[in-house]
Design a protein around this ligand. Sequence first.
Ligand code: PEP
Length: 250
Amino acid sequence: MSRKKLIAANWKMYKDPAQTKEFFHGFLPMVAKHDRDEIVVCPPYIDLHAAIELVKGSKVAVGAQNVYWKTEGAFTGEISPTMLVAVGCTHVIIGHSERRQYFGETDDTVNLKLKAALEHGLTPIVCVGEVLEEREAGLTEDVLRRQCMRAFSTLSARKAAKLVVAYEPVWAIGTGKTATPEMASDAHVLIRGEAAKAFGDDFGAGLRILYGGSVKPENAKALMSQEEIDGALVGGASLDPKSFAAIVKY
Ligand code: PEP
């Protein structure tokens, strides 16, 4: 089954609105003719409005890095899926390892956020991945199975139609270490299998699974050439327009 690749930028806590403007002024002309892959940029919340105005008329979409699962209420500091839709976001990253590690996200909150994002028409990019100790202890498969199973819990194939998963081995994020294309492929096969178990074989075959973890212009082609890898979630190397454009055009 042919799956259009998705190349997503995760800016983490970098760039203000002025820097966002500077990025897009450099980046958009470099990808203006690029139709092969879908491109999404996920800046901090405060840059969403500026980013959405700047990408108008281009094929670049804008996503958020997190979302709360309620639509409104007394939840100081949180942003709801309806707010993201209202500002013009189409995508949202859910369960990034930094959120799991520093902000107490669990498989259960990932599930709540995933269901809320889907309910409101957002394309969720759900992050899963093992930490180094888990890989070294031979627990990678168990961890990925548990994360997928709990994230997909109580969802139907129909509701989950827009789901995208990102396999991000935590030991490869921001460390310069990359999973080999074969390691990534093995993990993707397992994740695809979990999606097939939860939602059926056709769903599994059509699911886009991105790789994330120190993707750079130099390694993008080797990773993206793998049959099982349907795109990339890029942190550090997405902050510079030239480097992100080079990854998009791998
Ligand atoms: C990420 O933030 O999702 C990520 C993969 O970061 P980096 O590319 O910097 O490793």
